[in-house]
Design a protein around this ligand. Sequence first.
Ligand code: AMP
Ligand code: ZN
Ligand code: FE
Ligand code: FE
Length: 276
Amino acid sequence: MSQFRADLHCHSTCSDGSLSPEELVHMAIEIGLSALSITDHDCIEAYKQAAPLAKKLGLELLNGVEFSSVLDGVSVHVLGYGFSLDDAYIQELCEKHALRRGKRNKKILDLLAEHGMPISEEELAKVASTADQTKNAIGRPHIAQCMVNKGYVKDIKEAFKKYISDGSSCFAMGEPISTQETIDIIHKANGVAIIAHPHLISDSKTLLKLLKMNFDGIECYYSKFSLSENERWLKIAHNKKWLITGGSDFHGSVKPLIPLGCSWIPEENYTALRAQ
Ligand code: AMP
Ligand code: ZN
Ligand code: FE
Ligand code: FE
């Protein structure tokens, strides 16, 4: 029997991934994953298609989401797992984020126009639209793609680096939703709240503060981690008796060098997570 591998972090066309929820389920089976969680940014729409298909094909699919949050002005991604898809708290937070994103994206487009790079809301909607109209979270990667299409930058990387990464000249955060509020909502939904890709929190004060909050776990395995980085986060998880999660953060063609399943957790960590 092949080794148990659970990839608990990936994105579908419902946010900024390039594969549909169904395609993700098929790919997970194709590459022999034992379990998958689709963690779209601020939305759980993917499960409408993915859940029935996974059930039919016998793939273990764990409900998940990656919420955007803010702690002391720093962007912090919070993974939530194990809530029910019809939970009213989670649905309400997703709706709040949809409104935040709408206003935030408009602000970024205004800033880009001020910098001589006009993009209309219609152009953005077109780039972000999918054949099945399931998109729920339009994000900066879609704005970056518009910038490439219009010849303002040569690639998505340049769009982020020069203009729309956190703190850059055309960046807007929108109305912040706090990290604590996000944890509380996930808990009210009987889910577990996990610190996503902790290495991206470059501010050490923010990281220390996060590690003192009432999270249930931390993402210890990630596509870009070396073995020593894994060890660093695993040690923290062990010390705090926190859950250990991990995944690729697969986005499809948006980040072509990061394949689904390139990072995963073994069975004992997955079982501990499911037991919560
Ligand atoms: P948003 O949720 O709309 O604020 O956009 C965040 C998304 O942009 C995340 O999926 C990130 O992976 C992606 N992102 C952030 N920085 C970069 C970058 N330098 N190049 C490509 N994608 C990025
Ligand atoms: Zn993303
Ligand atoms: Fe993230
Ligand atoms: Fe992600």
